[in-house]
Design a protein around this ligand. Structure first.
Ligand code: MRU
Length: 337
């Protein structure tokens, strides 16, 4: 099964990313050797998906002290820069806080700061890979074979350090030789579903059908879908879920048609400090993302545009949350510690 690797170290310690803005037309890798370059890559969605931006930020933080002895203060300044790139995905802030703690402990103990940060970034990546695998096993057991799964955006290998979250059960079933296929929402405005989800699934040999977002309700009504599985950028303590804009509408349509609506996420996406979805910061992105596509206008310039990148699905619309620690009712997910 050919699973893409969206991130890596270069031999001399820079961060290599697959530029996801160019997919599916071109598979181009960029070597980033400054914190600024990593911040730009996260901001512009060259590297994206909640777990992957946490990993990228952790790896990027090592660049703050790459050309010198560095200090915990330099690490904190770089962390602030990276933390300001995208507000919704809690994994970003979780990973950076972990790196800052590790820097402080290394400084206190007189350890080599560069080595300590590299080890912590690797640990964050390794743990994410393992969490994806466990989400895959738990989700596969839940949905069984002969499954047709509707998904939104991209919560696959391109969004994580492993086999994905929403797509992890799909890959796990496929690898075990069970029948599984995916219906992928295109996911306006940046087309993560058609450009990225369909790209990685076809490479892995998983059958995938792309629909535009406004076809999802009709497809749910048709009655051939086993379930919906989506990822998450942040899960509040009460089980409300922030994910790519359009997830909420999909959850409403799934409820109306009696189709199970699952959220798949690692425990690093659960934010016990956020009481409910109303407290989750929702990123608003540039109007140009809606008003044009690769340089071509699709909206008259006189019109205004609203472009929230995420929405919040209330816990009551979520059938269950599939995590690396098992499957939970939304209200119980913050008690998985
Ligand atoms: O704006 P993006 O492409 O970073 O949004 C990604 C999503 O909404 C994903 O569903 C989410 O981050 C989970 S990725 C495992």
């Amino acid at each position: 099964m050919a699973i893409p690797h969206p991130i890596d170290w270069t031999a001399d310690g820079a961060v290599r990313i697959l530029d996801q803005t160019l997919l599916p037309d071109a598979e181009r890798y960029l070597d980033l050797d400054t914190v600024d370059a990593v911040a730009e890559a996260i901001r512009t969605l060259r590297v994206r998906g909640a777990p992957l931006i946490g990993i990228a930020a952790a790896m990027g933080l090592t660049l703050a002290i790459r050309r010198g002895p560095g200090s915990p203060e330099a690490v904190c300044a770089a962390s602030r820069l990276l933390g300001a790139t995208r507000p919704t995905a809690v994994n970003l802030h979780w990973a950076l806080a972990r790196m800052e703690r590790r820097a402080a402990v290394a400084a206190e103990g007189g350890d080599d700061l560069a080595q300590a940060l590299r080890q912590e970034a690797d640990a964050i990546w390794d743990e994410d890979r393992a969490m994806c695998a466990r989400i895959g096993a738990a989700g596969a057991a839940l949905i069984g074979s002969d499954a047709l799964v509707l998904t939104h955006c991209n919560a696959g290998a391109l969004a994580t350090g492993g086999i994905g979250t929403a797509l992890a059960p799909v890959y796990t079933l496929h690898q075990a030789g069970r029948r599984v296929a995916v219906v992928a929402d295109e996911t306006r405005p940046l087309l993560q579903g058609s450009r990225l989800t369909a790209w990685e699934l076809t490479r892995a040999g998983v059958p995938v059908t792309v629909i535009t977002d406004n076809m999802a309700a009709s497809r749910l009504r048709r009655g051939d879908l086993t379930c919906v599985i989506v990822g998450a950028d942040r899960i509040a303590a009460n089980g409300d879920v922030a994910n790519k804009i359009g997830t909420y509408g999909l959850a409403l349509a799934a409820r109306a048609h009696g189709v199970p609506f699952y959220v798949a996420a690692p425990t690093s996406t659960v934010d016990p400090a956020t009481h409910d979805g109303s407290a989750i910061p929702i990123e608003e992105r540039a109007a140009a993302e809606v008003a044009g596509w690769r340089g071509q206008p699709v909206v008259p310039p006189e019109a205004t545009v609203w472009n929230p990148a995420f929405d919040v699905t209330p816990a009551e619309l979520v059938t269950a949350i599939i995590t690396d620690r098992g499957v939970f009712a939304p209200r119980d997910v913050a008690r998985t510690e």
